[in-house]
Write a protein that binds this ligand. Structure first.
Ligand code: PLP
Length: 399
């Protein structure tokens, strides 16, 4: 039978970073040592009390369906936690539990984006925004960042030139993957004014809100008039080292959240029942666990940053949030004379075992982007291996 696939599939993207995993796995299968800096997964175990809470919930019979919007106790716990940490008030009616943070992206767009609507999204950025915007019939308008002494900053000029009456949505990832970018007060206030002036909805992806090494995370919902036009992507994944458990939430105005829960009814019925009880336990008793996770990550960040800075021609800004570094390796790239960025990545893998993502795994680079960057995730590799791997990379790149 001839397979005629739905046309919309041609607009669906993927996380091309998974192709980097395949390359790394294939290289490891040939007996080589790999230093995995490519995927944002974690090699840190979920705190034991959370595992025990899931086990107890299973034994207690929390193994059937549950409400599509989530178990009421979890919705209430997420509302309390999210409100307290952001200086605002949410009730459980503002929370729709999801199987991970990622599903919030598509469901938010399904609920609020008309076909042909323009949607701002970050590039470089988490690739699922672009995939879902185009898949669902929107027009994605990428926005970039510029490097400053205070870190990466949103390119406001481009955004102000690109906005049109068809623009309806802004996707904002503060604590940004892959850049580690974070808004200062001025930038966040500018963005809030921009959204209000152009009457935009905002998806605030706060997946890394709690992966913070100094200072305090701030959410744009705390600014006047923003709570009513913002849906937060919240997730247990990184905060409690629960990436594979699949637990997150959409937090926002009740009418939108109700529709997101109706999408749950149509898609997965409900998020895994017993895992929601583990999620409640994580929020109630997980603070010490998060502190440990963040402490481990901070040590790795410092080891990685120092090792990268020791390589001739590498410059790296060290953010206080996320578990990514996004070094500028333009000089190394030029020196090595490899013209293709994927070839450059594979060359490093084959010669040193160090596996990282390139800029192009986070959206197409604009033709006028002058510098070359790569992304290192340090959530899945221990400090001694970081030292060893980056030591090999230094020896190779400086040879
Ligand atoms: N948003 C960003 C920016 C991410 O980097 C990720 C995961 O890497 C997600 C959302 C999705 O997180 P989850 O694993 O909770 O679905």
């Amino acid at each position: 039978m001839r397979t005629v696939l739905a046309q919309r599939l041609s607009r669906l993207g993927v996380e091309t970073a998974f192709a980097v995993s395949d390359d790394a796995r294939a290289w490891a299968a040939q007996g080589h040592t790999i230093y995995p800096f490519h995927l944002g997964d974690m090699n840190i175990r979920t705190p034991l009390h959370i595992i025990e809470a899931a086990h107890k919930a299973m034994l207690d019979g929390k193994t059937g369906y549950c409400p599509a919007a989530g178990v009421p106790e979890l919705r209430a716990a997420i509302a309390e936690d999210a409100g307290r940490n952001r200086g605002v008030t949410f009730s459980m009616e503002n929370v729709s539990v999801q199987p991970g943070g990622k599903p919030v992206i598509g469901k938010f767009l399904m609920a609020l984006m008309q076909e042909g609507d323009e949607v701002f999204y970050p590039n470089p950025g988490y690739p699922i925004y672009e995939s879902q915007i185009f898949f669902l019939g929107g027009r994605g308008i990428p926005y970039g960042y510029t490097m400053t002494p205070g870190g990466f900053r949103i390119d406001r000029d481009r955004i102000e030139h690109a906005v049109t009456p068809r623009t309806r949505i802004f996707i904002y990832n503060n604590g940004q993957n892959p850049l580690g970018a974070e808004s200062d007060d001025d930038e966040m206030e500018w963005l809030a004014r921009f959204c209000i002036e152009h009457d935009l909805w905002l998806l605030s992806d706060e997946a890394y809100f709690h992966i913070r090494y100094s200072g305090k995370s701030r959410s744009i919902v705390s600014l006047p008039e923003m709570q009513e036009r913002t849906v937060i992507l919240d997730a247990h994944s990184k905060r409690f080292a629960m990436t594979g458990w699949r637990l997150g939430a959409a937090i926002g105005p009740k009418d939108v959240v109700d529709w997101i829960s109706k999408l749950n009814v149509n898609q997965e019925s409900c998020t895994n029942h017993f895992i929601q009880y583990a999620g409640i336990d994580a929020l109630k008793n997980g603070e010490a666990g998060t502190r440990e996770i963040v402490k481990t990550l901070k040590e790795r960040r410092d080891v990685l940053a120092a090792a990268l800075r020791a390589i001739r021609g590498v410059e790296v800004y060290v953010p206080e949030i996320t578990f990514y570094l996004f070094p500028d390796i333009t000089d190394v790239y030029r020196r090595r004379g490899i013209k293709d960025r994927q070839e450059f990545r594979k060359d490093a893998l084959r010669k040193t075992g160090v596996s990282f993502c390139s800029r192009s795994h986070f959206g197409r680079a604009a033709p006028d982007e002058p510098r070359t960057y790569i992304r290192f995730a340090y959530s899945g590799i221990d400090s001694d291996k970081i030292r060893e791997g980056i030591g090999k990379l230094k020896a190779y790149w400086e040879s």
